[in-house]
Design a protein around this ligand. Structure first.
Ligand SMILES: Nc1ncnc2c1ncn2[C@@H]1O[C@H](COP(=O)(O)OP(=O)(O)OP(=O)(O)O)[C@@H](O)[C@H]1O
Length: 310
């Protein structure tokens, strides 16, 4: 890989456990992303996806290792890296417009109020919240709050977009619209995107690359799957691509079986040289003649987030 815009170099995350023990969520994690690439990470609950995202955002620090973004080691948050959280994280005392405008004015401090407002309004319109500008978060549904979070992140046109299941709380129609918008904006602006999802179809639609993580504790990055679908892809005919089902089955097979058995099956796994899987290319371990399954609207059932999780 020539342009390592993001380089995660041997990071680990450990927490003190009961009785003086240490819990290692993951260790020796290496991965890189070229500029402008859309990467999704998939793995079961608790494998450390959010922890990796928080480290990339500068909200958390690794116990070991380093993360380099655009040639510089991360040491805190930056307006070049926007985060769309699962839990909205809106300022409750500000309106929709106020929340988005606050981010815009933080990025472009010399802009006057009118310019900030007009820019914020563009992104509020984009996420379909026109008419709700003056509502506060307490007056919004969960899906609307999530759309404010998406508008806020998009509005500062960051170099890198970090997304933690950004569409999971949305109805199917809104989810589709916003997936299209986020994908279009990332493509047009050349933003590098790192997105956590539990939805295999969402990853296939959005990602150039899909990172597969094994179960935690002690999770590892098992594979990097290159998406064989063309960059210019449409959601309605995605499933007609000859490699679509092979890709989908490969990921589901990983989640159902290999995410649990990986450590025993691959004792010599080299975390610095994680296998890159090219679906459908000759000489690879992947069965490209896997039987098609009917396309499901929702994500794989066993991956749903437990209601008690943080
Ligand atoms: N402050 C903390 N102290 C101790 N353990 C923690 C702390 N924060 C996270 N963990 C543990 O780290 C592990 C990874 O958490 P993380 O939220 O990154 O997982 P995840 O893969 O994003 O899960 P999910 O898909 O449910 O969001 C979990 O087992 C969690 O309990």
């Amino acid at each position: 890989m020539t342009d390592k815009f993001v380089s995660i170099e041997g990071i680990a995350k450990r927490y003190p456990g009961a009785g003086g023990a240490t819990t290692t969520v993951f260790e020796n994690l290496w991965l890189s992303m070229p500029r402008g690439e859309f990467c999704c990470v998939i793995g079961h609950s608790g494998c450390g996806k959010t922890t990796v995202l928080n480290i990339l955002a500068g909200l958390d620090a690794p116990s070991e290792g380093a993360v380099i973004v655009d040639g510089q080691a991360i040491s805190g948050t930056s307006l070049d890296r926007a985060v769309i959280f699962q839990s909205h994280a809106l300022l409750p005392w500000r309106t929709v417009l106020g929340n988005v405008a606050y981010a815009v004015s933080s990025k472009w401090r010399s802009w006057d109020r009118a310019k900030v407002k007009a820019h914020a309004q563009t992104f509020i319109d984009l996420v379909g919240l026109t008419g709700s500008e003056h509502k506060r978060p307490s007056e919004l549904s969960g899906g609307m709050k999530q759309r404010v979070g998406i508008a806020r992140a998009l509005s500062i046109t960051p170099k890198m977009m970090l997304m933690d299941e950004p569409f999971s709380a949305l109805d199917a129609l809104t989810r589709g619209t916003l997936q299209d918008e986020v994908r279009r904006i990332c493509l047009e602006t050349g933003q590098t995107a790192f997105m956590i999802t539990h939805d295999v179809d969402e990853a296939i639609y959005l990602a150039d690359k899909i990172f597969l993580m094994t179960n935690g504790p002690g999770a590892v990055l098992a594979e990097v799957v290159e998406n064989p679908l063309p960059k210019d892809r449409g959601r309605t005919d995605l499933h007609r691509h000859p490699l679509y089902y092979a890709l989908r089955n490969h990921i589901i097979d990983f989640l159902v079986t290999r995410s649990k058995t990986f450590a025993a099956e691959k004792p010599g796994h080299d975390p610095r040289n994680v296998p890159v899987v090219h679906i459908g290319k000759p000489g690879l371990t992947v069965a490209s003649d896997a039987k098609p399954e009917p396309l499901k609207e929702t994500s794989w059932p066993s991956l749903s987030r437990p209601s008690t999780s943080s």
